[in-house]
Design a protein around this ligand. Structure first.
Ligand code: FAD
Length: 462
């Protein structure tokens, strides 16, 4: 039995939900297929609950800053209200009934199950086959990727899902991976009293961002008592029934990572990758071993097949999935559509201080052959940073394409760094001339006045 629909959307995370909902609202017959929860990783195990954890951890950090600035305060960390808020407010106890009703209220048809392509426009879910007359949209996201480290696979390590579902904060935690998820969650649990060690094989934290960003986060985490092991040589992982042991290095002279890290819990946060093999992409003539689905600038994979979100390997952010969804929707509906443009994708790591970044790093701009000028300003040296005092770590760094006189990248790290990033994202996106940015008026004494100081500092670098 083949069930026909205009569009079949496989995977109903932020990308798929947006595509399916908007097409259903436009009057198309849309089938949305979801293996787990409608809404995907972001609301149930990603952005939303992790930001609730961060909000709680930041409250504790702020309480710690009262001394010497506003009297005295003592805060006793308690994970119970955090776990309760995630269960009750963020996830409805990991129940997607409201989201399913919302989608069905728009006219969509929801199918719970794992979809697999069995033809260019055919998707099998269990015994049912859905055939799409207009197209199939693949939005199956990504799942945690675990490195091939001796012993690791056999241990009961945590992924982001276990960390978000935790009802008790661990006494000690080793975090494998110093990217955004690793440093965010590492700082959270440290602030809730865990002895945290972050193990990163790259020479620095946040390896994809400006080196200043990783150095800043490392410095702050160390001051908060987190043991940061960058450039680590991880040899093996084991679990003895109650705790993990991570064997680092081989004890060579000068190998600062030699030794064993022990912890009650181990969080593996070493990246996320799509699973193309189980999606049946060979039905499209696509190699299932690829790291991501190749898409064109309208998110087309093949005639009548689109892909959006993490499965495309672009960004891995909810806002990118939703941006791509908008393009795919317009393309499917046949309305005018601008090509996808990723020059100004904003990225925020929600540590305290927040690390906001957009566009190219200095090194990336240079490797593209651009004539690069950079300017930096330290947040503590700005009026607002000086006033703020405790917890004022941060900097703004700008990367200018000197030939065109426009910013091609920026880093905004500090309190509210993700908010300061907004104006820099606009500057990179709209290619606002640096001369215009310099003549703009910046409210005194905001954090974003550090942008003005960094503009004044723009200079050639040898
Ligand atoms: C801890 C954490 C924190 C994060 N914080 C942020 C943040 O602050 N800001 C931000 O922008 N991003 C954040 N992200 C990233 C964000 O969650 C993802 O970029 C976003 O969820 C991607 O959306 P998506 O629609 O591509 O995929 P997903 O959200 O992964 O959804 C894909 C869906 O497809 C389903 N699926 C998979 N295969 C099939 C199949 N064969 N058939 C049917 N269904 C299938 C899955 O069950 C899933 O529900 C975070 C991620 C994590 C893990």
């Amino acid at each position: 039995m083949v069930d026909r629909a205009d569009v079949v959307v496989v995977g109903m995370g932020p990308g798929g939900e947006e595509v399916a909902g908007r097409l259903a609202e436009a009057g198309l017959d849309v089938v949305g297929v979801e293996a787990e929860l409608l809404g995907g990783e972001c609301p149930y195990w990603g952005c939303v609950p992790s930001k609730m954890m961060i909000r709680a951890a930041n409250l504790l950090a702020e309480a710690g800053r009262v001394d010497g600035m506003a009297g005295t305060a003592s805060a006793e960390p308690d994970w119970a209200p955090v776990a309760r808020r995630i269960r009750d407010e963020a996830t409805d106890d990991w129940d997607d009934r409201v989201a399913v009703e919302r989608f069905e209220g728009k006219g969509g048809r929801f199918v719970r199950g794992r979809g697999r392509l069995v033809g260019p426009r055919q998707v099998a879910v269990g015994d049912e086959v859905f055939e799409a007359t207009r197209g199939v949209v693949l939005a199956t996201g990504a799942r945690p990727w675990t490195p091939d480290v001796t012993g690791l696979a056999a241990t009961p390590y945590w992924t982001n899902r276990d960390a978000v579902e935790a009802t008790v904060a661990p006494g000690s935690l080793a975090v494998l991976g110093g990217g955004a998820i690793g440093v965010e969650l590492g700082q959270v649990f440290a602030r809730f009293g865990a002895a945290v060690t972050i193990v990163e094989v790259a020479p620095r934290l946040l390896a994809l961002e400006e080196p200043e960003a990783g150095a800043l986060v490392e410095d702050v985490l160390r001051r908060e008592g987190v043991d940061v092991r960058t450039g680590a040589d991880l040899r093996s992982v084991s679990h003895d029934g109650s705790s993990f042991s991570l064997q680092l290095g081989d004890g060579r002279p000068g190998d600062r990572d030699g030794g064993v890290v022990r912890a009650e819990r181990l969080l593996v946060a070493t990246g996320r990758r799509p699973d193309l093999a189980s999606l049946g992409v060979d039905a499209l003539g696509i190699d299932p071993q690829l790291r991501a689905l190749p898409v064109d600038d309208r998110l087309r994979v093949a005639p009548g097949v689109w892909a959006v979100g993490d499965v495309t390997g672009v960004g891995a952010f909810t806002h990118v999935a939703m941006y791509q969804a908008g393009i795919a929707v317009r393309d499917i509906l046949g309305t005018a559509v601008a090509a996808a443009d990723y020059r100004a994708v904003p990225r925020v790591t929600f540590t305290d201080p927040e690390i906001g970044a957009v566009g190219l790093s200095e090194e990336a701009a240079r490797s593209r052959g651009l004539a690069v000028r950079v300017g930096t300003a330290q947040v503590p040296a700005s009026a607002r940073g000086w006033i703020h005092k405790a917890g004022n770590d941060g900097l703004v760094k700008l990367v200018e394409d000197a030939e065109r006189g426009v910013l091609v990248g920026a880093l905004a790290a500090g309190p509210a760094g993700g908010e300061v990033l907004g104006l820099l994202t606009l500057a990179v996106h709209a290619e606002v001339p640096v001369t215009s940015l310099r003549t703009m008026i910046y409210a005194y004494p905001t954090f974003h006045r550090a942008v003005e100081a960094a503009l004044a500092d723009l200079h050639d670098v040898a």
